[in-house]
Every structure is written in C-alpha cells, then in structure tokens.
Design a protein around this ligand. Structure first.
Ligand code: UDX
Ligand code: ADP
Length: 461
C-alpha cells in the first residue's frame, strides 16, 4: 500500500490530548514512517499547524516542530487518509454516556462506531486498526463485527494499544515509558499485526518494556491501571478526613507508609480530589462491565473510589463555607488554579468546577485565576449564572477577597508574595490549600487562617 519514500503510512483519527502528543512522538522517533493526524474539528487541525498548539503540554511544541511537514502532517481529509494508511490509530473521544442505557456509567461509543464505519466504507486495502482511546473491555469485539461486515474481502486486524501517558508529563512519559502494552488476537494474522505495532515502539522503547498480551487483557489493563491509581488517591483522601479531626498529619502518614516498598511513595498526595478525563470515566466503565456480568459486589467496590472522591470535593467546599462563619454570600473568593492538575490547560472533571458551582450557589463572588486553563474554565462555567471573574493575574484575583482556595498545584503559587496578598485581602483572611503545596506555618505567621487537607487548621480565632 505504501507509496513515496516512507516505509509505512500511519494515520491517527482524533487530534486531541492522546492522539496529538502520541503521534508527534512516533513521528519524531520514526522518520521512516509517514504520520498523519486527522480530525473533524477544523480549528483544531489548523492550530496543530501553528506554534499555538490546541493543547498545552510542556515540551510538546519542540517534538511537533521536529517532525512537522517532514513526516508529520495534520489534515481534515479523513477519507483520503484512511485510504492511504497501513495502520490506523483511533483516538477519538469516548465520554461517559449522558443518555439512555448505561447513562452516567457506560462509555459513549458513537464517535468510535462512526469512525469504524467510515474506515469500512472508504478502505481499499487491508489495515491494522489500533484502539488508542480508553474503551470498555470488548470494544474491539464490537468493532470487529462492524469491520468484518465488509463485502470486498478486506482484512482489518484490531489491536489494543492503551495510552498510559499523564497530562502535564506526556512527553516524558512517552519518551521513557514504564511500559507499552500491545494486545492482539493470538491468531497468525493477529500476531503479525501485533509485531507491526511492536516494531513502531521498538524504535525508541527497550524491547523488555513492550508488553504483549491478548486483546481483552490489554483493554482491561488500561481500566484497571487507572482504577488502582485513583483508588490510592481516594484511600489517602479518606485518611485525610480522619487526620483533620485528630492530631495526625496526612503528609506524615503518607511518608511513613510510602517508604514501605510494597506500598511505594507515589500517588499518595491528599488533595481536593482527583480530576481529569480518565479516572472517573474508566472506573465507571469498569463498574458497568462488572454489573453487566452480575458482579455487583465488585462493582460497588470500585464505585466507592468515585464516591469517596465526590465526598472529598464536597467536604472541601462545605468546610470553606462552614469556617467562614457559615456564609460566603457576597464574599469574594479567589480560586488559584482551575486545571485538574498542574502543567495542563485541561479542566475536564476538575474539582475546581464543583467548588465553583457550590460557591456560586451560595452567592459568593468567585475570582478565578489559572496560567493555562482560563479559556476552558470559561467554557465549563458558561451556563452558570453568577458573579464570576477570570483573570490571569493572581494578585488581582486575591485583591479584596475573604479567602483563597488553591485548587491546582501550579509551582508559581508556591513563590507568590503572600505578605502583599494578605495586605490586599479582607480580614480575617482565609487560605484553603486544596493541594498542600504552600508553607502553612509561614502563612499562619503572616496572619492567614490556614486550612489544609489532612491536618488540623491553624487559625487566629
Ligand atoms: C491518568 C493516568 O495517570 C495515566 O496513566 C492515564 O493514561 C490517563 O489518566 P492524568 O489524568 O493525565 O493521567 O493525570 P494524573 O497525573 O494521573 O492525575 C489525575 C488526578 O489525580 C489529578 O487531578 C491529580 O491532581 C490527582 N492526584 C494525583 C492527586 O490528587 N494526588 C496524587 O497523589 C496524584
Ligand atoms: P482525548 O483526551 O481522548 O484525546 P479529546 O477530546 O482531546 O480526547 O480528542 C478527541 C478528538 O477526536 C477531538 O479533537 C474530536 O474532534 C475528534 N473526533 C471525534 N470524532 C471524530 C471522528 N469521527 N473523526 C475524526 N475525529 C473525531
């Protein structure tokens, strides 16, 4: 199939947080392959062709520039690019269903199915189809049923190659991954397709870190990895609630348990709650599958990870209101950070959305600041009627505020001039550190009443 000077033509359908960075890295590492990314969203494709990329990810622009217009191309011509491709990665979005059967839990596969049908309609040669988006287990099976319905004898081999990159560190994660997982059917053609995908990653990933498995194990492993990671956060967050009412400090507890090599130190930062497009969605997918197979106890077990997260978000905002003398009406509250984590502009499932909505419902005036996420914040809150202000300037956000809540762990919030901020605020001044990143003793000495996650408050009254 391949023409021109390239060994292979790789296509990626969906130019979002997963497809964009992953394909840019593949193109940069494999100059012998032609890599094209297509999307139905014209504005997104245009932005990928400029230096103002549609997503913020540290180091991404450098990687894109290394390959763009050499062997990395962006296009909205989906059909022609499908025709030309040998390997098609699919990374279209798979949000949680907001309607019908499985509403609020199952993945909405309409974008995936449309893509599969489109591949089937326009293809003129055999292709390897790679699932890159997070999908419920056995999606490959459903896709195969669609793709096998072709009348012209073409062969489509479906591979699962789940993405483990985390936003904010995507480039590092892909440059030096813990593992790459490639699942396929264990038939002759399945193993051949699996090898073709292994060959791509083997250009820069040591072979022992490329794990292969059957198709269903690969699909399930993605959900389970995210469920385990989220479970750690919910576990430490549950303990943070206990610490706040006792003499314990959750950071000390996390350190003490994290040094046990069986537990390990990562993902034990108590916080206002986990966000992001994956954790909740993937757990709910897992819950849905368990229910489907009648494993209700297993479903309840994993569901509790999500309910603990909701409890943590709610606890944070309820506590803010309670300690501010049970009312925030007409009070200016500055939210430092709106992204779901630092080093990204992504706000999907960000705890900041929940906190803002609750404060607005209590008639507070909310001033939101974030170095990268204000555009997304505006979209998230566009239907909320209330007094909301957006500013990139943290000092302006804090000016005249009764309280500051740290909702994203941006480094720059650690080194602000908190004396100046304190002077500009109403008194008593409150600070709620939802990410435990600030020097709490110092803030207390400045005069703030300091509330953190997982430690007793430091207050002047
Ligand atoms: C996650 C997985 O880490 C990644 O492997 C997968 O491919 C996609 O989902 P991502 O959602 O981008 O990545 O970010 P992650 O670093 O996992 O953080 C998720 C949320 O958990 C963030 O809101 C973060 O602030 C929060 N978190 C993380 C904590 O509250 N405490 C921690 O200790 C770690
Ligand atoms: P993720 O975080 O999983 O990458 P995003 O929402 O950032 O999710 O990206 C998914 C991309 O897939 C979006 O840019 C969207 O426009 C694109 N997309 C959705 N359906 C199709 C389709 N049928 N064909 C091409 N692109 C699609």
């Amino acid at each position: 199939m391949t023409t021109g000077n390239f060994e292979k033509r790789i296509l990626c359908i969906g130019a979002g947080y997963v497809g964009g960075p992953t394909m840019a890295m593949i193109a940069a590492k494999c100059p012998q392959y032609e890599v094209t990314i297509v999307d139905i969203n014209e504005a997104r494709i245009k932005a990928w062709q400029t230096d103002n990329l549609p997503i913020y990810e540290p180091g991404l622009l450098e990687v894109v520039k290394q390959a763009r217009n050499k062997n990395l191309f962006f296009s909205t011509d989906i059909d022609n690019n499908i025709k030309k491709a040998d390997i098609i990665f699919v990374s279209v979005n798979t949000p949680t269903k907001t309607y019908g059967e499985g509403e609020g839990k199952a993945a909405d596969l309409q974008f995936w199915e449309k893509t599969a049908r489109n591949i089937l309609k326009v293809s003129e040669s055999d292709k390897i189809i790679v699932e890159k988006s997070t999908l419920p287990v056995r999606t490959a099976h459903a896709m195969e049923r669609i793709l096998d319905a072709n009348a012209n004898g073409l062969k489509f081999e479906v591979i699962s190659n789940p993405e483990f990159l985390a936003e904010g560190s995507a480039i590092q994660d892909m440059e030096n991954p813990d593992r790459i997982l490639i699942g396929s059917h264990e038939t002759e053609s399945g193993l051949k397709a699996r090898q073709a995908i292994v060959d791509i990653y083997a250009n820069w990933v040591p072979r022992e870190r490329i794990i292969t498995s059957n198709l269903w194990s690969a699909e399930l492993s993605k959900l389970v990895a995210n469920a385990f990671l989220a479970q750690r956060i919910s576990s430490i967050n549950s303990i943070s609630a206990l610490c706040e009412v006792t003499e314990a400090n959750v950071a000390e507890v996390a350190r003490a348990i994290g040094t046990d090599s069986r537990i390990g130190p990562k993902f034990l930062n108590a916080s206002v709650g986990f966000g992001g497009s994956c954790f909740k969605k993937d757990i709910l997918n897992l819950v849905y599958i368990c229910e489907h197979y009648g494993l209700h106890e297993v479903a309840r077990y994993w569901e509790s990870v999500v309910s603990m997260n909701e409890y943590q978000e709610q606890r944070f905002v309820t506590n803010m209101i309670k300690v501010m003398f049970n009312t925030v009406a007409e009070k200016r509250i500055a939210l430092f950070g709106f992204a779901f984590k630092a080093n990204t502009g992504d706000t999907r499932e960000s705890p900041a959305i929940h906190v803002t909505k609750n404060l607005i419902a209590e008639c507070a005036q909310v001033a939101i600041t974030d170095p990268k996420a204000l555009d997304n914040a505006k979209l998230d809150l566009k239907d909320i009627a209330g007094n909301i202000e957006f500013t990139e300037n943290v000092y302006e956000a804090a000016q005249g505020a009764h309280a500051i809540a740290i909702l994203t762990e941006w480094d720059e919030y650690k080194t602000l001039d908190y004396e100046k901020i304190f002077q500009s605020m109403e008194k008593p001044a409150f600070i709620f550190d939802g990410r435990n990143i600030l020097d709490h003793d110092r803030l207390y000495k400045i005069g703030f009443n300091v509330f953190t996650i997982g430690a007793p408050p430091r207050k002047h009254f």
